[in-house]
Design a protein around this ligand. Structure first.
Ligand code: NI
Length: 216
């Protein structure tokens, strides 16, 4: 199977796996991350096949979507074996996927390749701005979280397990993750794109609190 066929088969597999995902990690999220990864990747020196495959597969075994205690890559490994991808590329793709996720405000998530930097940026860009806001509330609803509770303070998590088990209202997530992402982009392209999306979220939050307090 050549690389083009592998991409086509992977796209088909992932679009059927994620077509009715209601937590904001649906197929269109994956497809946006794939497109954005390629847009960013074209400006970097990197392997675009590896970037595209990692983007397509990045949420397949994500801890947010599975009940697994450990971040095992069972489905991803199985799929990469099925499409008979070269061993070195397989290792690269799995390495990228392991590095993509945000793990708490105080937890470092360094990347060890340009390809990982690109996919991490693309996934983080989809978590901010207008789409980021929509996805955040979709995820909160999926987890039965309150929209907002003034009694529950924001917490900057220094530990992945604590972050993972947080039951905080959705608005807190803006302060615990989304507003921090602008300064955590790896590439210049993503840094520039993040600025407008960040401003949009800040304006959104200002308006949210005005309405919350019934301010005229
Ligand atoms: Ni994602």
């Amino acid at each position: 199977m050549n690389h083009k066929e592998i991409i086509q088969r992977t796209e088909k597999y992932i679009s059927s796996e994620f077509c009715s995902e209601g937590s904001g990690h649906d197929w269109y999220h994956i497809d946006r991350v794939r497109k954005m990864s390629l847009t960013i990747g074209e400006k970097e020196t990197c392997n675009l096949f590896v970037v595209e495959m990692a983007a397509l597969l990045h949420d397949l075994d994500d801890w947010k979507l599975t009940d697994q205690a450990s971040p095992a890559l069972s489905k991803t490994e199985k799929w990469l074996a099925e499409v008979e991808i070269e061993a070195d590329l397989k290792a690269k793709i799995i390495g990228i996927i392991n590095e993509v996720s945000f793990k708490g405000a105080g937890v470092d998530t360094p990347v060890s390749s340009v390809e990982a930097a690109v996919v991490q940026d693309a996934d983080r860009l989809d978590a901010i701005g207008a789409i980021g806001i929509a996805r955040t509330f979709a995820y909160g609803g999926h987890k039965n979280r309150l929209i907002y509770d003034p009694e529950i303070q924001t917490e900057l998590h220094g530990d992945f397990q604590v972050y993972k088990n947080s039951k905080a209202p959705t608005i807190n997530h803006f302060y615990e993750k989304l507003l921090l992402l602008k300064d955590r982009m790896n590439t210049e392209t993503a840094r520039q794109l993040a600025v407008g999306r960040h401003e949009f979220m800040k304006n959104y939050l200002n308006q949210f609190f005005k309405e919350w307090e019934a301010v005229l």
